[in-house]
Write a protein that binds this ligand. Sequence first.
Ligand SMILES: [Zn+2]
Length: 331
Amino acid sequence: MAFDTFYGNNSLKDSISRQIYTGTLSHAVILEGEEGLGKKTFARLIAAALLCAESEKPCLECISCKNVLKNNHPDVLFYETEKHTAGNFKIETVRQIRELAYITPNQADRKVFILAEADLMNTAAQNALLKILEEPPKYAYFILLAKRKSAFLETILSRSTVYSLMPVSDEQAVQAVSEQLSGPTDEEIEKCVKLVGGNIGAVIAGLKGNELLRASEKALEIANAVCESYEFELLKALAEFEAAGTKALLVKTAEALKGVFRDALALRSGSEVLMQINAECAERLCSLFTKKQLFALMEVSEELKRRLAKNMNQKLLITWLSAALKKAVEY
Ligand SMILES: [Zn+2]
């Protein structure tokens, strides 16, 4: 099957592949999806398929395919913003793209423009882009990548075909990540997948820093310590955060902690836990505390996030946290 190096999204891959074979792919494609789902990777694969002369498109073996995937093909032009902030996809860049689009391809018979973070264009830039999307040269294709299609003007959307990338299954995510990272164990990968779901990029990012995993473990440790009516456990769980350089971890832990308490509260209210990794701890919290206490715990994690954002002294913050968690469950 075409695009089989790209995990999941089977019907989307089928549909695009069919359109490439029949020459019916829209000259303006919007690939929509959260960060980490592989928009750039998939856009390059589409570009490779558009340029590949073999019967299986993209074959990934021919010189053209290889150069496209290495970002080294003169007829595949890739654009990304410098600052990754709103409005940072500049109108000057769009004008440059427009000029280049009217120059015929160098080697291939098609020319593909990949506009990563196209949703960071302001209205003026989008209007400039619209001019070329309205009447693109026969050989030119534009692949616009965006977190959400809602960032685009109606006029852009009406000229484009929108495709949404979806997270893959947990099993596929585990397989994909273990192929790409040699460091983490299968168990670590599975844990991280349970935490962030089938977003392969997010799992890899989490494992690389390993902070996400550590933060979730830390949050479970703190939540379990709250279950022990023994203050020492809580102090032990929080001790790590008294050291310098642990703020980033604490920020992630605060978020994960909120998730644990939220899941326990959901369980108390008869719903299901959202994150598998929290299940055991959420059940424990749920069996020990009332809805009111669980709500108070969640409030503490919210307040922790707010206080962290204010850059308070971390030692004082930890002292406050320990007291606030105890107070929430009143032991
Ligand atoms: Zn090829």
